[in-house]
Ligand binder design. Structure first.
Ligand code: GLN
Length: 491
């Protein structure tokens, strides 16, 4: 039996019925990783011994009918910026090369300890989650399983390639300005950015904390729903988490969407969208209509300010969050340090941070400095409010908003890395959602002429993950392409 022929929720049934042992799943997972890892580079560290030991243990607990939790030993890959106790957590940065956190993030407690998933390894990402291609990782890029000369998207690139290439059935990423949805779209998998505050971020190493959210990447909507069920909910250790009822997201996904109104914002279909992408998105909108939804054109007039607003806020917050990595409080010092504290700070940070992270810290520090604060940072916050307001108005007219996830399909490695502005523009359709704090789902909806996946984005109202999962599930079922994986494992 090949585990890649199944979805996670199907494997769970087989484990429950004792048709399958957890240890066999874990062993097959590592075999698959061995086969394709050299091609895709999803992982920056693996935890094989621990995983095998846990699998054997859980199998015993199943025998004795004592296994607790919803995830039944299924293998999961975790982005390298979420703290796991005593295990390397590097943010794919040289400055945290040897960092092993002394505690678990809440999401790790929930996934691994309460629900008994098994972490098989840590996934590659842009350094400190800054990027849209995974090229900013200190370990080198990940490669798109659909075309190995292309980027997988970012910053959760390794989390997406680990699922897309068939190494694991689900993974965890983070989304500050699209970092779950962008790689999900480029790699042809499902990615969910939950509402801001839906999932605890205690133990997440922050990039921009008014935007950061943790969420799942999987092959199908039902597996994403299952993971959300487990990770969502109030956490006393994270004061930004909300105490709002967590639904049984994976149940009743097939409710009719008849008479639900889907808003199509005209600003999301402008000139920068590749014709291939536009066509597939329009086809998928027509399909939603066939499923009974009503389509309505809407407008989000401040959308054109998204990129400057997002990057001003994200860089300002990053400059403040990353101040602690100085070689003394956190992070590895440069070689042969002298006694001067300013030299220690500046040499450590100059040598150990990559180019993109340095650029953002410098720009963020500038925009927060006296005299520029009002001109840039405060102005960006004001525009953020206008963008939020646009969405609030839109949701008085519709139940969900549909549009492309990314303006293009995956670009080539090296194509945009020397042109940061061009790279930032790739985030035009994902960042508005983070600025507003809304939930959004990306599901694969087809392929372009080069056989590269295209992502369809469904944006929901605050805490209405249920609605977007429901819509995504019905579309996914009709399209029926979600079991398709790239041919790497077959070679
Ligand atoms: N590309 C965006 C950035 O570089 C998104 C990052 C993210 O969501 N972590 O900021």
């Amino acid at each position: 039996m090949k585990i890649t022929d199944f979805m996670a929720y199907e494997l769970i049934e087989q484990i429950k019925n004792k048709e399958l042992k957890i240890i066999d799943i874990i062993q097959q997972t590592y075999e698959n990783i061995e086969k394709v890892e050299n091609s895709v580079h999803s992982f920056v560290s693996l935890s094989k011994e621990k995983a095998i030991e846990k699998a054997k243990n859980l199998d015993k607990q199943i025998e004795n009918k004592k296994l607790k939790g919803k995830l039944f030993g299924l293998p999961i890959a975790i982005k390298d910026l979420i703290c796991i106790k005593d295990s390397p957590t590097t943010c794919c940065s040289k400055i945290l090369k040897d960092f092993k956190p002394p505690y678990n993030a809440t999401i790790i407690e929930r996934l691994l300890n309460n629900e008994n998933a098994i972490c098989v390894g840590r996934t590659n990402m842009d350094e400190f989650a800054m990027g849209s291609s995974t090229e900013n990782s200190c370990y080198g890029p990940s490669y798109n399983p659909w075309d190995l000369v292309r980027v997988p998207g970012g910053s959760s690139g390794g989390s997406a390639t680990s699922v897309s290439s068939g190494q694991v059935l689900f993974s965890i990423g983070t989304d500050t300005g699209g970092s779950i949805r962008c790689p999900a779209s480029y790699c042809g998998v499902v990615g969910l950015k939950p509402t801001y505050g839906r999932v605890s971020r205690y133990g997440l190493i922050s990039y921009a904390n008014s935007l950061d959210v943790i969420g799942p990447i999987t092959h199908c909507v039902k597996d994403t729903a299952l993971l959300l069920e487990v990770i969502a909910g109030k956490d006393p250790l994270d004061s930004t988490s909300f105490d709002i009822k967590v639904d049984d997201y994976s149940q009743n996904l097939d409710q009719s969407i008849e008479n639900k109104i889907l808003g199509v914002p005209k600003e999301f279909f402008g000139d920068g969208i590749q014709p291939n992408v536009k066509n597939k998105i329009n086809d998928t909108i027509k399909l939603s209509e066939k499923l009974g939804a009503e389509i309505k054109e809407i407008t989000l007039p401040h959308l054109e300010y998204t990129i400057p607003t997002y990057y001003l806020i994200a860089m300002s917050e990053a400059s403040s969050n990353l101040a602690r990595f100085d070689g003394l409080r956190y992070g590895e010092m440069y070689d042969n340090p002298q006694n001067d504290v300013f030299e220690i700070f500046s040499k450590t940070r100059g040598e150990k941070f990559g180019e993109e992270v340095r650029r953002r810290i410098i720009l963020g520090t500038y925009t927060l400095s006296a005299g520029y604060y009002d001109m840039f940072y405060i102005k960006a916050l004001k525009i953020r409010t206008l963008i939020k307001q646009d969405f609030k108005n839109a949701f008085t007219q519709c139940d969900a908003i549909v549009c492309p996830t990314m303006p293009t399909t995956a670009f080539k490695i090296g194509e945009l890395i020397d042109d940061p502005l061009q790279m930032y523009l790739m985030d035009t359709l994902t960042c508005p959602v983070n600025l507003a704090g809304l939930p959004a789902l990306s599901i694969p909806c087809g392929f372009d002429n080069n056989n590269l996946p295209i992502g369809f984005q469904i944006i929901g109202n605050y805490f209405d993950e249920k609605m977007i999962l429901n819509i995504g599930y019905l579309i996914e079922k009709k399209l029926d392409i979600y079991r398709k994986i790239p041919p790497l494992l077959k070679k």
